[in-house]
Design a protein around this ligand. Structure first.
Ligand code: ZN
Length: 312
Protein backbone atom coordinates (compact mmCIF):
# COMPACT_ATOMS: atom_id res chain seq x y z
CA UNK A 1 0.00 0.00 0.00
CA UNK A 2 2.73 2.45 1.01
CA UNK A 3 4.72 1.57 -2.10
CA UNK A 4 1.71 2.15 -4.28
CA UNK A 5 1.01 5.55 -2.76
CA UNK A 6 4.66 6.64 -3.09
CA UNK A 7 4.70 5.63 -6.74
CA UNK A 8 1.44 7.35 -7.16
CA UNK A 9 2.59 10.74 -5.82
CA UNK A 10 4.95 10.95 -8.81
CA UNK A 11 2.15 9.96 -11.20
CA UNK A 12 -0.16 12.52 -9.63
CA UNK A 13 2.42 15.28 -10.04
CA UNK A 14 2.75 14.43 -13.74
CA UNK A 15 -1.03 14.35 -14.15
CA UNK A 16 -1.38 17.72 -12.44
CA UNK A 17 1.35 19.25 -14.56
CA UNK A 18 -0.16 18.05 -17.83
CA UNK A 19 -3.79 18.80 -16.95
CA UNK A 20 -5.23 21.57 -19.05
CA UNK A 21 -8.73 22.91 -18.98
CA UNK A 22 -10.68 23.43 -22.16
CA UNK A 23 -13.65 25.75 -21.83
CA UNK A 24 -16.23 23.38 -23.32
CA UNK A 25 -14.84 20.19 -21.74
CA UNK A 26 -17.14 18.51 -19.23
CA UNK A 27 -16.33 18.92 -15.53
CA UNK A 28 -14.47 15.83 -14.32
CA UNK A 29 -16.21 14.48 -11.24
CA UNK A 30 -15.11 11.49 -9.19
CA UNK A 31 -17.87 9.79 -7.19
CA UNK A 32 -16.93 7.26 -4.52
CA UNK A 33 -19.56 4.62 -5.35
CA UNK A 34 -22.14 3.77 -7.99
CA UNK A 35 -25.26 5.27 -6.36
CA UNK A 36 -23.53 8.66 -6.03
CA UNK A 37 -22.12 8.29 -9.54
CA UNK A 38 -25.65 8.00 -10.91
CA UNK A 39 -26.87 10.98 -8.88
CA UNK A 40 -24.02 13.14 -10.19
CA UNK A 41 -24.80 12.04 -13.76
CA UNK A 42 -28.50 12.89 -13.27
CA UNK A 43 -27.73 16.37 -11.93
CA UNK A 44 -24.78 17.11 -14.22
CA UNK A 45 -26.00 15.65 -17.51
CA UNK A 46 -23.67 16.39 -20.43
CA UNK A 47 -21.86 19.04 -18.41
CA UNK A 48 -20.02 16.42 -16.34
CA UNK A 49 -17.84 13.38 -16.97
CA UNK A 50 -18.35 11.05 -14.00
CA UNK A 51 -15.82 8.49 -12.87
CA UNK A 52 -17.14 6.08 -10.20
CA UNK A 53 -14.55 4.42 -7.95
CA UNK A 54 -16.57 1.51 -6.49
CA UNK A 55 -18.60 0.35 -9.47
CA UNK A 56 -21.80 -1.70 -9.91
CA UNK A 57 -22.12 -4.64 -7.49
CA UNK A 58 -19.02 -3.38 -5.62
CA UNK A 59 -18.66 -3.21 -1.82
CA UNK A 60 -17.42 0.23 -0.73
CA UNK A 61 -16.97 -0.89 2.91
CA UNK A 62 -13.98 -3.07 2.04
CA UNK A 63 -12.75 -1.36 -1.12
CA UNK A 64 -9.05 -1.11 -1.95
CA UNK A 65 -8.29 1.90 -4.16
CA UNK A 66 -6.18 1.32 -7.26
CA UNK A 67 -3.46 3.51 -8.82
CA UNK A 68 -6.01 4.35 -11.54
CA UNK A 69 -8.40 5.69 -8.88
CA UNK A 70 -5.70 7.96 -7.49
CA UNK A 71 -4.97 9.24 -10.97
CA UNK A 72 -8.66 9.98 -11.52
CA UNK A 73 -8.87 11.87 -8.21
CA UNK A 74 -5.73 13.87 -9.08
CA UNK A 75 -7.34 15.03 -12.32
CA UNK A 76 -10.82 15.69 -10.88
CA UNK A 77 -12.54 19.06 -10.67
CA UNK A 78 -14.85 17.75 -7.94
CA UNK A 79 -14.97 14.70 -5.66
CA UNK A 80 -18.30 13.48 -4.27
CA UNK A 81 -18.46 11.12 -1.29
CA UNK A 82 -21.18 9.74 1.00
CA UNK A 83 -19.49 10.47 4.35
CA UNK A 84 -20.68 9.13 7.76
CA UNK A 85 -17.68 6.79 7.74
CA UNK A 86 -18.72 4.89 4.61
CA UNK A 87 -15.49 5.43 2.64
CA UNK A 88 -12.81 4.71 5.27
CA UNK A 89 -10.20 4.59 2.50
CA UNK A 90 -10.97 7.99 1.00
CA UNK A 91 -8.75 10.37 3.02
CA UNK A 92 -5.65 8.34 2.22
CA UNK A 93 -6.62 8.27 -1.44
CA UNK A 94 -7.15 12.04 -1.75
CA UNK A 95 -3.98 12.60 0.29
CA UNK A 96 -1.91 10.35 -1.95
CA UNK A 97 -3.43 11.95 -5.03
CA UNK A 98 -2.48 15.41 -3.74
CA UNK A 99 -6.07 16.45 -4.32
CA UNK A 100 -6.79 19.92 -2.93
CA UNK A 101 -10.09 20.59 -4.70
CA UNK A 102 -13.65 20.54 -3.44
CA UNK A 103 -15.09 17.45 -1.75
CA UNK A 104 -18.89 17.23 -1.57
CA UNK A 105 -20.11 15.20 1.40
CA UNK A 106 -23.49 14.09 0.10
CA UNK A 107 -24.93 13.36 3.56
CA UNK A 108 -24.28 16.88 4.87
CA UNK A 109 -27.51 18.01 6.54
CA UNK A 110 -28.93 14.48 6.82
CA UNK A 111 -29.98 13.41 10.32
CA UNK A 112 -27.61 10.52 10.95
CA UNK A 113 -28.93 7.33 12.51
CA UNK A 114 -26.61 5.43 14.79
CA UNK A 115 -26.42 1.77 15.70
CA UNK A 116 -24.77 -0.21 18.45
CA UNK A 117 -22.04 -2.35 16.99
CA UNK A 118 -21.16 -5.42 19.06
CA UNK A 119 -17.45 -5.88 18.58
CA UNK A 120 -16.87 -8.58 21.18
CA UNK A 121 -19.92 -10.67 20.34
CA UNK A 122 -19.27 -10.34 16.64
CA UNK A 123 -21.45 -9.23 13.82
CA UNK A 124 -24.97 -8.89 15.08
CA UNK A 125 -25.96 -5.31 15.74
CA UNK A 126 -29.34 -3.88 16.55
CA UNK A 127 -30.46 -0.69 18.23
CA UNK A 128 -31.31 -1.10 21.89
CA UNK A 129 -29.57 -4.44 22.44
CA UNK A 130 -27.79 -4.81 25.75
CA UNK A 131 -24.12 -5.49 25.14
CA UNK A 132 -20.93 -5.70 27.17
CA UNK A 133 -18.92 -3.12 25.23
CA UNK A 134 -21.39 -1.21 23.06
CA UNK A 135 -19.93 1.10 20.46
CA UNK A 136 -22.30 3.59 18.90
CA UNK A 137 -21.41 4.32 15.29
CA UNK A 138 -23.01 6.32 12.49
CA UNK A 139 -25.01 4.36 9.95
CA UNK A 140 -23.80 5.58 6.55
CA UNK A 141 -26.61 4.02 4.42
CA UNK A 142 -28.68 7.23 4.38
CA UNK A 143 -29.53 6.87 0.65
CA UNK A 144 -32.00 4.13 1.61
CA UNK A 145 -34.50 6.87 2.53
CA UNK A 146 -35.57 8.81 -0.59
CA UNK A 147 -35.99 12.01 1.44
CA UNK A 148 -32.27 11.78 2.21
CA UNK A 149 -31.68 11.13 -1.49
CA UNK A 150 -33.14 14.58 -2.13
CA UNK A 151 -30.61 16.05 0.34
CA UNK A 152 -27.79 14.28 -1.52
CA UNK A 153 -29.05 15.76 -4.79
CA UNK A 154 -29.11 19.30 -3.37
CA UNK A 155 -25.57 18.93 -1.99
CA UNK A 156 -24.33 17.56 -5.32
CA UNK A 157 -25.96 20.43 -7.23
CA UNK A 158 -24.35 23.02 -4.93
CA UNK A 159 -20.97 21.30 -5.30
CA UNK A 160 -21.25 21.29 -9.09
CA UNK A 161 -22.39 24.92 -9.07
CA UNK A 162 -19.39 25.94 -6.97
CA UNK A 163 -16.93 24.00 -9.14
CA UNK A 164 -18.48 25.24 -12.41
CA UNK A 165 -20.26 28.55 -11.67
CA UNK A 166 -21.00 29.27 -15.34
CA UNK A 167 -23.49 26.36 -15.35
CA UNK A 168 -24.85 26.79 -11.81
CA UNK A 169 -28.41 27.55 -12.95
CA UNK A 170 -28.52 24.40 -15.10
CA UNK A 171 -27.29 22.19 -12.24
CA UNK A 172 -29.89 23.64 -9.87
CA UNK A 173 -32.73 23.26 -12.36
CA UNK A 174 -31.79 19.65 -13.14
CA UNK A 175 -31.48 18.90 -9.40
CA UNK A 176 -34.92 20.34 -8.75
CA UNK A 177 -36.51 18.16 -11.44
CA UNK A 178 -34.66 15.10 -10.17
CA UNK A 179 -35.69 15.78 -6.54
CA UNK A 180 -39.31 16.03 -7.70
CA UNK A 181 -38.93 12.59 -9.32
CA UNK A 182 -37.57 11.21 -6.02
CA UNK A 183 -40.52 12.70 -4.13
CA UNK A 184 -42.99 11.00 -6.47
CA UNK A 185 -41.12 7.72 -6.06
CA UNK A 186 -41.20 8.12 -2.26
CA UNK A 187 -44.99 8.35 -2.46
CA UNK A 188 -45.12 5.24 -4.65
CA UNK A 189 -42.95 3.26 -2.19
CA UNK A 190 -45.29 4.19 0.67
CA UNK A 191 -48.38 3.23 -1.35
CA UNK A 192 -46.80 -0.07 -2.35
CA UNK A 193 -45.91 -1.06 1.22
CA UNK A 194 -48.97 0.42 2.90
CA UNK A 195 -51.37 -2.57 2.50
CA UNK A 196 -48.94 -5.02 4.15
CA UNK A 197 -49.96 -5.87 7.73
CA UNK A 198 -47.53 -4.79 10.47
CA UNK A 199 -46.75 -8.35 11.61
CA UNK A 200 -45.51 -9.28 8.13
CA UNK A 201 -43.19 -6.32 7.70
CA UNK A 202 -40.08 -8.24 8.72
CA UNK A 203 -37.23 -9.38 6.50
CA UNK A 204 -33.73 -10.82 6.71
CA UNK A 205 -30.84 -9.30 4.73
CA UNK A 206 -27.07 -9.81 4.47
CA UNK A 207 -25.87 -6.80 6.50
CA UNK A 208 -27.44 -3.82 8.29
CA UNK A 209 -27.79 -1.64 5.19
CA UNK A 210 -31.48 -0.82 5.55
CA UNK A 211 -31.77 1.07 8.86
CA UNK A 212 -32.91 4.25 7.09
CA UNK A 213 -35.33 2.32 4.90
CA UNK A 214 -36.69 0.68 8.07
CA UNK A 215 -37.37 4.01 9.77
CA UNK A 216 -38.72 5.75 6.69
CA UNK A 217 -41.02 3.02 5.39
CA UNK A 218 -41.82 0.87 8.43
CA UNK A 219 -40.14 -2.44 7.64
CA UNK A 220 -38.05 -4.38 10.16
CA UNK A 221 -34.72 -5.71 8.88
CA UNK A 222 -32.46 -8.15 10.67
CA UNK A 223 -29.05 -9.29 9.43
CA UNK A 224 -26.16 -11.54 10.49
CA UNK A 225 -23.61 -8.80 9.71
CA UNK A 226 -23.56 -5.24 11.10
CA UNK A 227 -23.33 -1.83 9.46
CA UNK A 228 -19.99 -2.57 7.86
CA UNK A 229 -19.46 -5.73 5.85
CA UNK A 230 -15.93 -5.87 7.30
CA UNK A 231 -17.24 -7.60 10.45
CA UNK A 232 -17.20 -11.41 10.42
CA UNK A 233 -20.34 -13.00 11.89
CA UNK A 234 -19.67 -15.49 14.69
CA UNK A 235 -21.35 -18.87 15.14
CA UNK A 236 -23.05 -17.64 18.34
CA UNK A 237 -24.29 -14.50 16.59
CA UNK A 238 -25.76 -16.53 13.74
CA UNK A 239 -27.37 -19.00 16.20
CA UNK A 240 -28.97 -16.05 18.02
CA UNK A 241 -30.26 -14.65 14.76
CA UNK A 242 -31.75 -18.02 13.77
CA UNK A 243 -33.55 -18.17 17.13
CA UNK A 244 -34.96 -14.69 16.55
CA UNK A 245 -36.10 -15.58 13.02
CA UNK A 246 -37.99 -18.59 14.42
CA UNK A 247 -39.44 -16.72 17.40
CA UNK A 248 -40.68 -13.82 15.31
CA UNK A 249 -41.65 -16.09 12.41
CA UNK A 250 -39.78 -14.04 9.84
CA UNK A 251 -40.37 -15.63 6.46
CA UNK A 252 -38.82 -13.32 3.88
CA UNK A 253 -35.11 -13.53 3.20
CA UNK A 254 -32.94 -11.56 0.76
CA UNK A 255 -29.40 -11.76 -0.51
CA UNK A 256 -27.56 -8.56 -1.45
CA UNK A 257 -25.96 -7.76 -4.76
CA UNK A 258 -22.59 -6.83 -3.29
CA UNK A 259 -22.01 -9.36 -0.49
CA UNK A 260 -21.47 -13.14 -0.33
CA UNK A 261 -24.91 -14.83 -0.33
CA UNK A 262 -23.82 -18.13 1.26
CA UNK A 263 -24.55 -17.29 4.91
CA UNK A 264 -28.00 -15.94 4.05
CA UNK A 265 -28.73 -19.06 1.98
CA UNK A 266 -27.67 -21.23 4.93
CA UNK A 267 -29.92 -19.26 7.30
CA UNK A 268 -32.74 -19.81 4.82
CA UNK A 269 -32.20 -23.57 4.83
CA UNK A 270 -32.09 -23.72 8.63
CA UNK A 271 -35.16 -21.56 9.26
CA UNK A 272 -37.33 -22.28 6.25
CA UNK A 273 -37.40 -18.57 5.39
CA UNK A 274 -38.08 -18.15 1.68
CA UNK A 275 -35.58 -16.49 -0.66
CA UNK A 276 -37.18 -13.27 -1.93
CA UNK A 277 -34.46 -12.35 -4.42
CA UNK A 278 -31.61 -9.86 -4.51
CA UNK A 279 -31.79 -6.44 -2.87
CA UNK A 280 -29.49 -3.71 -4.16
CA UNK A 281 -28.03 -2.45 -0.90
CA UNK A 282 -24.81 -0.47 -1.32
CA UNK A 283 -24.37 -0.56 -5.10
CA UNK A 284 -26.32 -0.40 -8.33
CA UNK A 285 -26.48 -3.20 -10.88
CA UNK A 286 -24.69 -2.99 -14.21
CA UNK A 287 -26.54 -1.34 -17.12
CA UNK A 288 -28.27 -4.60 -18.11
CA UNK A 289 -29.40 -5.42 -14.54
CA UNK A 290 -32.61 -4.41 -12.74
CA UNK A 291 -31.07 -1.50 -10.80
CA UNK A 292 -28.80 0.57 -13.07
CA UNK A 293 -29.90 3.88 -11.49
CA UNK A 294 -30.80 5.06 -7.97
CA UNK A 295 -34.46 5.43 -9.02
CA UNK A 296 -34.54 1.95 -10.60
CA UNK A 297 -32.78 0.49 -7.56
CA UNK A 298 -35.30 1.91 -5.14
CA UNK A 299 -38.24 0.82 -7.26
CA UNK A 300 -36.79 -2.70 -7.60
CA UNK A 301 -36.08 -3.07 -3.86
CA UNK A 302 -39.49 -1.79 -2.76
CA UNK A 303 -41.37 -3.99 -5.24
CA UNK A 304 -39.36 -7.07 -4.25
CA UNK A 305 -39.83 -6.43 -0.52
CA UNK A 306 -43.56 -5.89 -0.96
CA UNK A 307 -43.96 -9.08 -3.00
CA UNK A 308 -42.06 -11.22 -0.48
CA UNK A 309 -43.84 -9.78 2.58
CA UNK A 310 -47.26 -10.18 0.93
CA UNK A 311 -46.55 -13.84 0.13
CA UNK A 312 -45.79 -14.77 3.72
ZN1 ZN B 1 -23.33 -1.34 3.71
Amino acid sequence: MVGFFRTFIVAAAIAAATATSVAAAPLKVVASFSILGDMVAQVGGDLVAVRTLVGPDGDAHVYQPTPGDAQAVAGAGLVVVNGLGFEGWLDRLTGAAGYRGRVVIATRGVTAQTMVEEDDEGGVSRPGRKVVTPKRIDDPHAWQDLRNGAVYVRNIAEGLAAADPANAATYRARAQAYAAELKTLDGWVRETLEPIPADRRKVITGHDAFGYFANAYGVMFIAPVGISTEAEPTASGVARLIRQIRQEQIKALFVENMTDPRLIEQIGRETGAQPGGTLYADALSGPAGPAPTYVAMFRHNAALLAAAMRRN
